[in-house]
Design a protein around this ligand. Structure first.
Ligand SMILES: O=C(CO)COP(=O)(O)O
Length: 122
């Protein structure tokens, strides 16, 4: 089964937790993978998740690798457009890899909800 990847910049982690709690019943049915610190927040909601490295030290790159290998159904990446990130090249690389391999990626809760609704449509 392809996994759903969850990533959130620090300024967007509360929104990600709200989003996960709102979609808990559906997300329980799929395998999740997340960057390190986001993964800890995902676990705190009660969901099972495979944790990769923290984003700034290679986690975004690991998720991009999974996307390139077609192991992901989609990526939910709540980016903070108002924050500065030392690993911005990794973030850009992840977005580019998604476009190269046509992997759905949602960068805000509104788009993420549309993707999740479509994914779990009966
Ligand atoms: O930095 C991130 C995305 O670019 C997220 O990493 P963490 O989940 O480890 O905070």
């Amino acid at each position: 089964m392809k996994k759903i990847a969850i990533i959130a910049h620090d300024g967007k982690k509360p929104e990600m937790v709200n989003f996960l709690n709102k979609n808990l019943d559906r997300l329980k049915k799929v395998e999740l993978v997340a960057t390190g610190t986001t993964g800890t927040h995902v676990k705190n909601t009660g969901l099972k998740v495979e944790k990769k490295l923290s984003g700034p030290i290679g986690g975004d790159a690991q998720i991009a690798g999974m996307a390139a290998e077609k192991k992901l159904a989609m990526i939910l990446f709540f980016r903070d457009p108002l924050g500065k990130h030392p690993h911005e090249p990794d973030v850009q690389m992840l977005m580019r890899i998604c476009d190269v391999h046509n992997i759905p990626i949602a960068t805000n809760p509104a788009t993420a909800q549309l993707l999740i609704d479509a994914f779990f449509e009966d």
